[in-house]
Write a protein that binds this ligand. Structure first.
Ligand code: SF4
Length: 237
């Protein structure tokens, strides 16, 4: 089943500390006055311009391989093909903070209003990640309503461009999901516009199924090792 989700602004608004921590800043209370003013201007623009929306569609497990294969550019081994066979359910997803936010960020940089542009960009990035988390929570609820035990319905989003899923995989994902309906398009480099958008597959599975050893060849170039935090998040509850 496919559905379009319209988020209200409060849902899409990331906690301020989360925005600051992602950019190496500790607490709002410790910000110098001028930085606080720029951050407040970023929040005001976000409230004025954001129009968060998402789209999801259930993906039968047997159809996953064709979507994941993409244009044939994935490395021979990667985490998802090991995780998906243990999944209780899959959903393709895409979500966006909306075009007006991304356009305004570009304009602000062109106008050399760098501080406000920087904070609006940071808020919008955190918001896009939050939309993926909200869709993951909704999918968890859907699986448990169907009778999947909660500890077998741990949902994590996985995206093209990360952890062995080549970014060109966006083409098949888009051909199946059609996020154009909510205003998300792919350019020739398989990057999404608006820029503040997310996409991929939500995998609902036992926490253990999401666990793997990050020793794939592509992990050597990884700067974030984000998989550790993600695995911990599904294993600790
Ligand atoms: S180390 Fe980096 S590239 Fe490797 S699985 Fe973890 S997050 Fe992905």
């Amino acid at each position: 089943m496919r559905s379009v989700v319209r988020f209200d602004l409060e849902q899409a608004r990331p906690p301020e500390d989360e925005v600051l921590h992602a950019h190496g800043m500790r607490h709002a209370a410790s910000l110098p006055g001028r930085v606080r003013v720029a951050l407040d201007a970023g929040w005001e623009l976000f409230r004025e311009l954001a129009s968060p929306a998402g789209v999801v569609e259930e993906l039968p497990r047997e159809d996953f391989g064709a979507v994941y294969q993409g244009e044939g550019c994935n490395p021979p081994n990667s985490p998802l093909p090991h995780i998906v066979p243990r999944a209780e359910g899959l959903q393709l997803y895409a979500a966006t903070v909306g075009e007006r936010v991304s356009l305004r960020i570009g304009e602000l940089f062109e106008e050399h209003d760098v501080a406000v542009a920087y904070f609006l960009d940071a808020i919008a990035s955190a918001s896009a990640d939050r939309l993926a988390d909200i869709l993951a929570a909704r999918f968890h609820d859907r699986l448990t309503e169907r009778g999947v035990p909660p500890d077998h319905a741990k949902v994590l989003p996985y995206s093209p461009g990360y952890c062995g899923w080549h970014v060109s995989g966006q083409k098949r994902l888009f051909a199946r999901l059609h996020p154009e309906e909510i205003g998300i398009h792919l350019n020739d480099s398989c990057l999404m516009t608006p820029l503040k958008s997310v996409s991929g597959v939500l995998v609902g599975a036992p926490g253990e199924a999401h666990r793997f050893k990050p020793d794939f060849p592509f992990c050597e170039a990884c700067l974030t090792h984000e998989c550790g935090r993600r695995m911990a998040s599904v294993l600790r509850h």
